[in-house]
Design a protein around this ligand. Structure first.
Ligand code: MG
Length: 319
């Protein structure tokens, strides 16, 4: 199976494992940990139903599968998700982040007023508070479009897409580190090497970008920490983009297969579906699609549609 389809299955299965316990605290989950696929719970959805994380990633995948990086088309698909449940299990949304919701409303009014030309500059009005994990969770498909481009050309499209909902440079840096990490995994590097290379590439960008010291401080753990020895108490499965990526990396570096990576992510608590989703794509790339438990994959809503979408996107960019 091509790596795009593998990663789309990896992220959406993981998302679905986290959905029934989203917002549960770590203490609650420590008493009753998730050990296999469940249904219902937080949103009363059947087992295998994925949330906004996957739906929005699929929307980006559909847009890129047209063969173009088109911000207007990407924006329309975000709006379509919110208004019509585009790429949801049953054409109905049951979960949407606050920043994502507000940003999509803003996108709707920009397009309604014929102000499409403003889409590439949305990051200029970003605030530090716009640093949720809503862009990170959906960014993976952009790998297909970027894969043959020089690394120095990755950050601009990443930031522009992120900025449709999350415009701050910190979100773009996290998306960049994550996508470069995934790219190195696809090139069969070990997870240790993949992270080392991705970190070096992020540092190269940070030097050129000349960001304020607070930004470097915010990214310090992502740049320097040894996730394999970091205590579980030092990571948070929160909605903050930096903590989300730290948590996902911690799970990847403290587990040896897909199943354990995803369960560790979910059992960190709070934004369970998104931590798992962000860990799920690289875990599937690392261990292969065959590492996804068969009963999890069998339960996944719209599985055949997801496989068709992944294969189509991979075909367009010859992955
Ligand atoms: Mg979600």
């Amino acid at each position: 199976m091509n790596p795009i389809t593998t990663a789309l299955l990896g992220l959406s299965v993981a998302d679905a494992i986290g959905v029934p316990v989203e917002f549960q605290s770590r203490d609650e989950l420590d008493k009753n940990p998730v050990t296999d696929i469940r249904g219902y719970g937080t949103y009363n959805q059947p087992p295998g139903y994925f949330s906004d994380d996957s739906s929005l990633a699929f929307g980006l995948a559909e847009s890129l599968a047209t063969g173009k990086f088109d911000l207007v088309d990407q924006a329309k698909r975000l709006i379509n998700y919110k208004e019509h449940g585009y790429w949801t299990p049953e054409h109905q949304i049951f979960d949407i982040g606050m920043t994502t919701q507000q940003s999509i409303d803003k996108l709707s009014s920009l397009l309604r007023d014929g102000r499409e030309a403003e889409l590439p500059t949305l990051h200029e009005s970003a605030r530090e508070s716009d640093n949720g994990n809503g862009a990170l969770m959906r960014i993976f498909p952009l790998y297909a479009y970027l894969r043959d481009k020089p690394v120095t050309e990755w950050i601009a499209p990443i930031w522009q897409h992120s900025a449709l909902t999350h415009g701050h440079i910190r979100s773009a840096c996290c998306c960049f580190l994550y996508l470069r990490f995934c790219a190195h995994l696809i090139h069969k590097e070990t997870k240790e090497k993949a992270l080392e290379f991705a970190r070096r590439e992020l540092l190269d960008f940070l030097v050129v970008a000349n960001l304020p010291i607070e930004e470097l401080d915010a990214l310090a753990t992502l740049i320097k920490a040894d996730f394999s020895t970091l205590a579980r108490t030092q990571v948070q499965g929160s909605g903050y983009v930096v903590e989300c990526l730290e948590a996902a990396l911690w799970c990847l570096f403290n587990a040896e297969d897909y199943r354990d990576t995803v369960l560790k992510a979910v059992n960190l608590g709070r934004d369970t579906d998104t931590t798992a989703c962000v860990a799920g794509a690289p875990a599937a790339l690392l261990y292969g699609v065959e590492s996804i438990p068969a009963n999890w994959l069998a339960a996944l809503a719209r599985r055949e549609d997801i496989i068709e979408l992944g294969n189509r996107l991979a075909g367009v960019y010859k992955v």
